[in-house]
Design a protein around this ligand. Structure first.
Ligand code: ZN
Length: 1043
C-alpha cells in the first residue's frame, strides 16, 4: 500500500477521540486504495443490527493498581490543537502515539474455506491402570548458601577510562554457593488411611459412561429441564464422609486396599480424565477452524487446529470463557461461571495461519465510530445507501468519510467487503498516522539494552562470561525489520556498585567505558555511540564482549545496586529519544547504598500462613515507581535473575510487571549446568518481542464491560492497558462484567485494539474482533464454556489476591465457586436423579480436577518448602500465561518415552510425540521412563527396572542406579535410543515458552519428592487432597448447596 494512493484527506472533527487527555488520534479520511485482500470468500455472517442507544458502559472505578498505591503517570500530552479538534463525542478514545510507515506485512489472507461450524460431541473416556502406593516425602527447606564475604571493590569511578584499566583484584575461589539445590530430607509421612469407601452404588466395574453424548454445541437445542443431562456426565455417588470431616480427606492412593474394600473404593480411572478429554477433542476437532459465526466454541488449546479467519479473531488471539452469554445478568450470576477473555494480541501462529494483514489508510487513518471510537470492523453495519454505519458497540451511527464510501449490494453489504480486511476479517492491522504517535512524531526503531550485573556472584557463576560469549549469536536474532532505513540499535551497561556505559561506535578502534559512580542521581554520560547498529558495530561489540569478562574477572564486589542501573538504561533511551527494552541480568539483593536499596526479609516460614502476603508484597514502593516511570517512557524491563540467595523478587520484579516484561529465574546459576537455558531464554526473548510502547483498549457492546485486568502492564486510568513491550508469549486476562440485559439478535461484540510500535519503528494498530452468542437457557451457557479459559482467569484472579487475602480465603472462594457452578447445573440443567449422583456438565467435567490442581499449584500454595523468591517467580510467571501455558502449568504433561506404541502417538500429533498419560503415580511403571513438564520445570523420571540396553544407550552406564543425576543435559551418544530421547525432549521443550532445565530423577532419589508434587492427581502431604478426594469433597459441597 502506497500512501500516495490515497486521494483525499479531509478531516472531520467528529472522529478523533480524545480520552482523558489522550487519544489514538483519529482523523478520518478514507482511503481509496484498495488494500489487500483479494479473494472472495464465502459469505460472511451478517452482523446483527444493533438497536438500543446505549453508550459505552463506564469503566469500573476500581483502580487497577490499588494495592501499590501509586499515582498514575501523567498522561501523555496531547497536542492542544489536535485535542480541540477531536473533542466531542464521548471521551472514550485511546491513548495516542503515532507513526505510519509503509507497511511490511504480507498482503492479505487468502480465502478460506469455511469449516463446518458444528461442534462434535466430546466423548467420555476411560482408561485403566492400577494404583500403586507411593507416599510422598516431605521436603526440608535448607538452602541459602552462605554469601561470600565482602571484598573491597576495585574500580575507578567516574570519568572516561579505557577498559584495560579496570582489572584487579585477585580472583577468588571457593566462595561459591552450593549448586543445585535444596536438600531434602525424606521422612515419610504417615500413610494415608484408606479411603472410607462408601456407596457402592452406581459404581460397577465400569466407568460410568455416564454421559449421554452432548449434542452439538452450535445448535441451541431448547430442551426443557430434565432433558439437559444430555450434556452432562454422570458419576457415581461419592463415598460418604466420616461425620465431621472437613478439609482434606485422606486419599485412597497411599496403600493398596484390602481386597474386600477394593471393589468399593473409587477408582481414579473412572473419574473424568484430562488426557481423555484432550484426546477426544483432538480426534474430533483437529484441522481447520473457520471463524465464520458468532459464538463458535473453538477447539481446545491442546488440539492442533488451523484458524481460518472469516470475520472473528482466532482463538490464539482471543479466547472467551464462554461463547454463549446469558441474556440476563441474574442468570449469569446464578451459574457463577466466570466471564472473561484471555487475549494474546501477538500470539505466534501455526503453520497455515495467515498473519493479520496490514491496512494502510494513508492520511485518513483508520475509520472509527464517531462516538465510542471503535475501529472499522466486520460488525459495523452500513446503512443509508452506504453513507453511514452503525456501531455494534455503542449503537451510534457515524458518517462514512467520503473517501471511504462504497455502494452496497442488494444484501446491504459493501461491494468492497472482501477487498478490505477490516470489513471481512477478525484480525488485521492499521498503519497509524502521526496522531497515533507519541508527541505526534513517528517513532524510531526500539533499542535493546543489555544491563549486566558484573559483581562477584555473576562472575563467579560464569554468567558474565557466558553471556558475553553468546551475545553475538543472540544479536543475530534481533528483528531486522527496517522502516525508513533505520534499524534497531543495541547498547551495553554493566554495574555492580557503580554503573558503566560503553561507547561502541563503529568508528572507534576499541570500545570505551564510562563510569558513573554517583548513583544517587543517574545521568547518561554518553550521548553518542552508546546505541549502535549491531551489524555496523560488530567488531567493536566483539571486542567489548572479550573485554568485559576480563575486566571483571577478579571482581570481589558483593554489594550491588539495581535501581540506578535500570535508571541508567532508562536515561539512555530518553537521551536517544526512542523506546525499547532493557534485559537486566541481576544476581543479588541490592544492598549497596543507593536508591532502591533493600533489606533482607527472607522469612520463608511465613509462606502458606496468613501472613504470607507480607513477604509476597513489595517491601518498598521504589521499584513500583521506577517501573511506572519506565512504563511511561516505553522502556520494557526483562529481569533475568541468577541468584544464589534471597533477592526479593517480590520487590524488584515490580519493574518487569509494570512494564510488560518477563521475569526469569535461575537459582544457583552455574554456567555449565544452566548456561544453555539462559542463552535460549535470552534468544527467545529478543526474537519474540514484537510490540513496543503499546496501549490496549477493549471495547464491548452494551450490557457487558471489562472490569478487571490481569497480566504485566500498567494502567494510568481504568481502561487503557499500557505495556512498554509485549511479546508473542504473553497474554492479558480480562474479567468481563455482565450488568445489563442482552438480546439474542445483538449478541455480544468485543473489539481489542492495540496501538504499538513494531520492532522496525512503525506505529500500527492491531485489531481483534470477536462476536459471542446470547442465550436464554442456562444449559446453553454450560454447553459453550471453555474450561481452560475459565481456569486461566480463576488462576490469575486467585494469585492476584494473594497479596490482599489469606490463602484460606482464596481457597474457600475457589471451592465455593466451583460447587456453585456445578450445583447450579445440577439443579437447573440435569434431569432428576438420585442426589447421590454427581452430575457434571460435559464442558466442565474437568472443573473439579483443575480446581484441585490450582489449589495445590506452586503459585497459589507454595509453602515453606520453596523459597520466597521461587514462590514469587511462580506468581509472576502465571500472570502472563496464555491459555495453553496455564493449562500445562495446572495439569503437567507426563509423557511415557518407552511406550512408543501408544496409539495416538504418530498420527495425531504433528510432533510425533508419544501421547501423555494421567498425572498420577499409578501410571508410572518401574520399567518405564517418563518426561514430565509444566512449562517451568521438566523432569525425566527413570524407573529402576528399565532395560540395561536402554540405559546404556542413553546414559552410557550399566544401570539406572549409576546415572549421574546431576547432569542437566543428556549425553549426545551416537545411537538410535539416545537420538530419539534427545529429539523428544527437544520437541517437548519447543512447545513451551521458557527453556526448561532437565532434572533427572529415579525412584527414591531425594528430588523425587519434588517430581511427585507435579503428579497432580495424587495427594501430597497433609494439606492437599488427591483428585478423587477432592471430587468427593466437592460433591459433598454441591449436595449441601442443593439441600
Ligand atoms: Zn461506537
Amino acid at each position: 500500500m502506497n500512501p500516495n494512493d490515497q486521494y483525499f484527506q479531509q478531516q472531520q472533527p467528529g472522529y478523533g477521540a480524545p480520552a482523558l487527555g489522550q487519544n489514538y488520534g483519529g482523523m478520518l479520511a478514507p482511503p481509496t486504495r484498495t488494500p489487500v485482500m483479494q479473494n472472495q470468500p464465502q459469505q460472511f455472517p451478517p452482523s446483527n443490527g444493533p438497536n438500543s442507544m446505549n453508550p459505552y458502559g463506564q469503566p469500573s472505578p476500581r483502580p487497577p493498581m490499588a494495592q501499590y498505591g501509586h499515582s498514575p503517570l501523567p498522561p501523555q500530552a496531547t497536542n492542544p490543537h489536535q485535542l480541540a479538534q477531536q473533542m466531542g463525542g464521548m471521551n472514550l478514545g485511546d491513548n495516542s502515539l503515532k507513526s505510519p510507515v509503509p507497511s511490511m506485512y504480507p498482503p492479505m489472507n487468502g480465502n478460506v474455506s469455511p469449516a463446518p461450524g458444528s461442534f462434535p460431541p466430546r466423548h467420555p473416556m476411560a482408561s485403566n491402570l492400577q494404583a500403586s502406593p507411593m507416599p510422598p516425602q516431605p521436603i526440608t527447606p535448607g538452602m541459602a548458601p552462605p554469601r561470600p564475604g565482602l571484598m573491597p571493590p576495585m574500580q575507578q569511578q567516574m570519568g572516561l577510562a579505557s577498559p584495560q584499566q579496570y582489572q584487579n583484584g585477585p580472583g577468588m575461589d571457593n566462595m561459591g554457593p552450593p549448586v543445585n539445590g535444596q536438600q531434602f530430607a525424606s521422612p515419610r509421612p504417615p500413610m494415608g488411611a484408606g479411603f472410607p469407601a462408601s456407596q457402592p452404588s452406581g459404581f460397577p466395574g465400569h466407568p460410568p459412561m455416564p454421559f449421554q453424548q452432548q449434542p452439538p454445541v452450535q445448535q441451541q437445542p431448547q430442551q426443557q429441564q430434565g432433558g439437559y443431562d444430555s450434556m452432562g456426565s454422570r458419576y457415581p455417588s461419592s463415598p460418604s464422609y466420616p461425620p465431621g470431616m472437613s478439609g482434606p480427606i485422606p486419599g485412597p492412593n497411599s496403600q493398596p486396599m484390602p481386597s474386600q474394600q477394593q471393589a468399593r473404593r473409587l477408582d481414579p480411572d473412572q473419574m473424568p480424565s484430562a488426557i481423555q478429554v484432550m484426546e477426544d477433542d483432538k480426534r474430533s476437532r483437529s484441522g481447520p477452524f473457520a471463524t465464520n459465526q458468532k459464538g463458535l466454541v473453538p477447539p481446545l488449546v491442546t488440539t492442533p487446529f488451523v484458524t481460518q479467519d472469516q470475520g472473528n479473531s482466532g482463538p490464539r488471539f482471543v479466547r472467551s470463557s464462554m461463547y454463549s452469554v446469558p441474556a440476563l445478568p441474574d442468570m449469569m450470576k446464578q451459574t457463577a461461571v466466570p466471564f472473561g477473555l484471555v487475549i494474546s494480541p501477538f500470539a505466534q501462529l501455526e503453520e497455515g495461519e495467515q498473519p493479520p494483514p496490514v491496512v494502510d489508510m494513508g492520511e485518513l487513518g483508520p475509520v472509527r465510530c464517531g462516538r465510542c471510537k471503535a475501529y472499522m470492523c466486520p460488525f459495523m453495519q452500513f446503512i443509508d445507501g452506504g453513507r453511514r454505519f452503525q456501531c455494534p458497540f455503542c449503537k451510534a451511527t457515524s458518517e462514512v468519510p467520503a473517501e471511504y464510501f462504497q455502494h452496497l449490494d442488494h444484501t446491504g453489504m459493501r461491494m468492497d467487503k472482501y477487498q478490505r480486511p477490516e470489513l471481512c476479517l477478525g484480525s488485521y492491522e492499521f498503519v497509524g498516522t502521526k496522531d497515533y504517535c507519541r508527541n505526534n512524531v513517528f517513532p524510531k526503531p526500539p533499542a535493546y539494552i543489555f544491563v549486566l550485573d558484573v559483581s562477584y556472584n555473576n562472575v563467579k557463576s560464569g554468567l558474565v562470561h557466558l553471556l558475553c560469549q553468546n551475545i553475538k549469536s543472540i544479536l543475530q536474532g534481533l528483528p531486522r525489520e527496517s522502516i525508513n532505513g533505520q534499524k534497531s540499535r543495541v547498547g551495553f551497561i554493566t554495574y555492580s556498585k557503580e554503573v558503566h556505559f560503553y561507547n561502541i561506535k563503529s568508528s572507534l578502534a576499541q570500545p570505551q567505558m564510562m563510569v558513573v559512580g554517583d548513583v544517587e542521581d543517574m545521568f547518561m554520560p554518553l550521548l553518542d555511540g552508546f546505541l549502535c547498529d549491531p551489524v555496523e558495530s560488530e567488531n567493536i561489540i566483539d571486542q567489548l564482549m572479550v573485554q568485559i569478562p576480563a575486566m571483571f574477572a577478579d571482581s570481589r564486589e558483593t554489594e550491588t545496586i539495581l535501581g540506578p542501573a535500570i535508571k541508567a538504561g532508562l536515561e539512555a533511551l530518553k537521551a536517544a529519544e526512542c523506546v525499547g527494552k532493557l534485559l537486566v541480568f541481576h544476581s543479588s539483593l541490592p544492598i549497596a547504598e543507593a536508591p532502591g536499596r533493600l533489606k533482607s526479609r527472607d522469612e520463608r516460614k511465613l509462606l502458606g500462613t496468613e501472613k504470607e502476603k507480607t513477604v509476597l508484597s513489595p517491601q518498598t514502593t521504589f521499584y513500583n515507581q521506577l517501573g511506572q516511570e519506565c512504563a511511561g517512557f516505553g522502556c520494557r524491563i526483562d529481569l533475568f535473575v541468577a541468584n544464589n540467595a534471597f533477592v526479593d523478587l517480590a520487590t524488584i520484579g515490580q519493574v518487569a510487571r509494570l512494564t510488560g516484561g518477563q521475569v526469569y529465574k535461575y537459582t544457583y546459576f552455574q554456567a555449565d549446568l544452566d548456561g544453555e537455558r539462559l542463552v535460549e531464554d535470552v534468544r527467545r526473548n529478543v526474537e519474540q518481542t514484537v510490540a513496543f510502547d503499546s496501549i490496549m483498549r477493549v471495547r464491548t457492546s452494551t450490557g457487558v464491560r471489562p472490569v478487571d485486568f490481569y497480566g504485566h502492564f500498567f494502567m494510568s486510568n481504568t481502561t487503557d492497558v499500557e505495556t512498554a513491550g509485549i511479546d508473542s508469549d504473553q497474554a492479558m486476562t480480562i474479567e468481563i462484567k455482565h450488568d445489563d440485559k442482552l438480546t439474542d439478535e445483538d449478541g455480544v461484540y468485543i473489539q481489542v485494539a492495540v496501538l504499538f510500535t513494531s520492532p522496525g519503528g512503525q506505529r500500527r494498530l492491531r485489531i481483534h474482533n470477536l462476536a459471542l452468542s446470547v442465550c436464554n437457557q442456562m444449559a446453553d451457557l454450560y454447553r459453550s464454556c471453555d474450561l481452560d479459559t475459565v481456569m486461566n482467569l480463576l488462576m490469575k484472579q486467585s494469585v492476584t489476591k494473594l497479596t490482599e487475602s489469606t490463602p484460606k480465603q482464596i481457597r474457600d472462594v475457589l471451592i465455593n465457586r466451583s460447587a456453585q457452578i456445578l450445583a447450579c447445573y445440577r439443579k437447573n440443567c440435569a434431569s432428576p436423579s438420585s442426589p447421590g449422583q454427581l452430575i457434571l456438565p460435559e464442558c466442565m467435567k474437568l472443573l473439579p480436577l483443575y480446581i484441585n490442581c490450582l489449589l495445590n499449584c506452586d503459585a497459589l500454595s507454595g509453602g515453606s518448602d520453596m523459597s520466597i523468591d521461587d514462590r514469587t517467580f511462580n506468581m509472576f510467571a502465571v500472570q502472563t500465561m496464555h491459555v495453553g501455558a496455564s493449562l500445562a502449568y495446572l495439569y503437567p504433561r507426563l509423557v511415557p518415552l518407552l511406550e512408543s506404541s501408544t496409539p495416538a502417538a504418530a498420527e495425531d500429533s504433528p510432533l510425533m510425540l508419544p501421547s501423555p498419560v494421567r498425572c498420577t503415580v499409578d501410571k508410572l511403571r518401574d520399567d518405564g521412563v517418563y518426561c514430565l513438564d509444566n512449562g517451568i520445570h521438566m523432569f525425566l523420571w527413570i524407573g529402576l527396572s528399565v532395560s540395561p540396553e536402554w540405559i546404556h544407550g542413553v546414559f552410557n552406564t550399566n544401570s539406572a542406579a549409576q546415572i549421574d543425576i546431576d547432569r542437566t543435559k543428556l549425553l549426545e551418544l551416537d545411537n538410535a535410543r539416545s537420538q530419539e530421547v534427545r529429539c523428544v525432549i527437544n520437541q517437548l521443550r519447543s512447545t513451551r515458552q521458557r527453556h526448561m532445565r532437565l532434572t533427572l530423577v529415579r525412584p527414591r532419589d531425594k528430588l523425587e519428592f519434588v517430581f511427585r508434587k507435579f503428579l497432580v492427581e495424587d495427594k501430597h502431604g497433609d494439606a492437599s487432597s488427591s483428585y478423587v478426594d477432592f471430587l468427593c469433597h466437592l460433591h459433598k459441597e454441591i449436595r449441601n448447596l442443593l439441600n
